[in-house]
Design a binder for this molecule. Structure first.
Ligand SMILES: O=C(OCc1ccccc1)c1cn[nH]c1
Length: 258
């Protein structure tokens, strides 16, 4: 998968080149290209923002630098994609590459969305700052891109970079080969619509706190049942809204566990 990120703070994305995602880049599983929006300005002050029409506090990101940056991203992605197509000789239907725009006004990012986006051959991310990007950029971009406004949650950040870090990690780890043991991707929170059960490791007695007996019993049936019960209890206590979607999966698991 090729990932392009456009930001006025490209150095913000540097940590993505480390650890898990770093090795995936070395292994050629992930390509990460970060673009500085200011490279697409041509005035002396490299201006990327201006005052909002209609008044109001703050500044809005200008459209033209974004259009030039996104055209450059498209050229690089298309170049790579068409090279891939030439190699495979495949005659693929023209797909619009996905452009994710982190925004408090977006659809909420979920594990399901992470799985869906992990299937894409390329992803582009537009990091907004200030009060946001001129809306006409999203309109204009939707001809060449499948534009996806996405929110991490109901809070406001100063810019999209932190949201992109979180999404690239959530998506990147699902790309086949990136995580050593795919098994570790199955038993995790939200993969079955329930929160994860509590985990413990040595020593079994620690500062007067004991590991639940069942986990030391070696009875895998009872352990699986206990874990599912813990998932249901935690989800009911902390995220009750998840239960309506998950009960089918949960009861399905319960059937298999007992
Ligand atoms: O603040 C966010 O995105 C950055 C952003 C984008 C546009 C203008 C200001 C800030 C955000 C909050 N939840 N999910 C994303």
């Amino acid at each position: 998968m090729r990932i392009d990120v456009v930001s006025i703070f490209p150095e913000y994305l540097a940590p993505l080149a480390l650890s898990l995602l770093g090795r995936a880049q070395e292994d050629g599983l992930l390509t990460l290209a970060v673009h500085d929006l200011r490279e697409f300005t041509f005035d002396r002050h490299r201006t990327v923002d201006d005052t909002p029409y209609g008044g109001g506090a703050g500044m809005v990101m200008k459209a033209e630098p974004w259009a030039l940056a996104l055209e450059a991203v498209l050229a690089e992605q298309t170049g790579e994609a068409s090279a891939a197509n030439l190699h495979d000789g495949a005659s693929v239907a023209p797909r619009r590459p996905v452009l994710v725009v982190p925004s408090p006004a977006g659809a909420v990012f979920t594990q399901a969305m992470a799985y869906e986006l992990a299937e894409e051959p390329t992803l582009a991310f537009a990091c907004g700052r200030y009060e946001g990007i001129d809306e006409r950029v999203l309109e204009w971009a939707s001809e060449a891109f499948d534009v996806r406004p996405v929110s991490l949650g109901d809070y406001v950040l100063n810019g999209g970079e932190v949201a992109v870090m979180a999404m690239v990690e959530a998506i990147g780890r699902l790309v086949p080969g990136v995580v050593g043991n795919p098994e570790s991707l199955v038993e995790e929170s939200h993969s079955d619509g329930l929160l994860e059960y509590p985990v413990y490791t040595k020593p079994s007695s620690w500062r007067g706190h004991e590991v639940p007996e069942v986990l030391l019993s070696g009875n895998h049936g009872k352990i699986a049942t206990w874990r599912l019960e813990q998932q249901l209890r935690r989800t009911a206590a902390r995220r009750p809204e998840l239960l309506d979607g998950a009960d089918a999966a949960a009861y399905g698991k319960a059937e298999r566990a007992v």
